[in-house]
Design a binder for this molecule. Sequence first.
Ligand code: GTP
Ligand code: MG
Length: 499
Amino acid sequence: MLDSRKDEASRSVIIRAHSPQTVSFNSLRAHGHINRAIFYQGVKNNLLVEFEHKDSVRHLLEQVSYFSDPGQMPVQSRLLYAVHSSNVYQQHSLPPAFIHTVGTKNFTQQQYQAADSISAQMKGLHKMRSLSDDGSRLRYFMCTLIEDMLRTTLPHCRVDPFGSSSNGFGWEGSDLDMMLTLMHKKQQNPQANFWFLTKRHAEDERTFAQQCLDVVGDMIRVLMPSSHRVSKILNARVPIVKFHHDITDIECDLSCVNVSGAKMSELMFLMGEMDSRVRLLMTTIKQWAKSCEVTRSHPGPWPSNFMLLSLLIFFLQTRSVPVIPSIRHLQALAEPEDHFQVDGVDYAFVTDVQKLTPSKNNQKPEELLLEFFHYYAHFDFEMNGLSLIEAATFPKPDSAAVFIENPLEVDHNISKNVSSSCADKLKDSMLQALRCLETKSVPNRDEPWGLMCLFQPPVEKDTELTWLDKTCEDNGWNHKTSPIIWRELIDRGGKGVLV
Ligand code: GTP
Ligand code: MG
């Protein structure tokens, strides 16, 4: 999939254009057959044009002028402006049927209202929110743009998407996680290419990634048109270069030699392929977490979408009739070519979904959703860690608020960043979600029901909780042991009681 998507992307150009009608179809066609055109809005309007052959792109680029943003060098790139001096283009513009439009879509209130079950609402939401085929093309295009820039000095490098852009759980507005690989597997000396750039020897993979991204970050800032807010976060556990790409309007995170991250995406992709309910549930949970501010769009002490996905996988593995198997089971089915190493440790999981027997669990998506909220609203995060490898809990090894063992780096906790107050908020919000689904599950033409109630913005509670935290702290009370009871008190006007 990666290779065919990358091939399509390398046969494409992006043209900044006010509307599809301002781009001359005839003048594009003069360079070769066009497979498709996608119109979308970044910071400005743009058209992604995919040619049938790579030669057409080369031919087109020979005839255009280079442009640069202020502070950047004028470089050749597949990002172009349409210059239209006469209305002749309008007469030969792209046929409307030929143009696809990309953009974030919402499932409307009317559509929620008209659905005949919560499961139907979940399906509708998922269809509307998930990353479209055209949105996916834009992301692969972005990867090939960075490859274009680097391949003049690193001819064998690859930039591939991972995370939600390729694991099947992405949305139109998700960030784009990319992994840079500098050499083919075949190359004998894995760091040979990079010595050419740094002339230094890197002691381990992380140091190597830091040195590499230090240089690549500068190259993106200076040489990549339309890249803005480039920042190097090299001291993170996984070093990255972060930037915003204006023309595609995509927030990008570029890492280097991130085998664990990429393999994790492959594993999550497999989980999604195993049973169609996994993606439906994840879309609903992601939307719920966003609406009640359990997750935020930037990193912090709150759960990430990836952590929620891990919670969901664990939940589905541990049903009395499991929806998906443990990773241990996937390991047992792995072929020799499915083995790989992370930091010198061997891992493996089957990659062919056909080898897995479909689940005998036949619960409806809405039943599983309700059970998910019930399970975690009452889960003892204080005592238990979660292992997706064994599909079982284990005594929590440290004082982290939530411990989810990383299946591809077993001594690492996926949710290490989550503070105890954010973990409390997660459980508390799950309890509220549960109550909401229990009381508002019947279709109703006159009142909000089902997911419409679940996605209500958070009730104005934060100031009260801050006040509660402060009061408890001032008086030496420990409300953390039973946060739900405290919050129920607040719900029932407990503020007065407490005062
Ligand atoms: P959104 O960006 O919120 O749409 O979700 P995402 O799945 O892309 O999450 P994120 O951008 O935070 O991380 C990108 C990918 O990195 C994830 O999908 C995982 O494959 C991987 N990843 C994230 N955190 C960890 C971790 O703690 N360990 C490992 N091995 N991989 C991780
Ligand atoms: Mg991501």
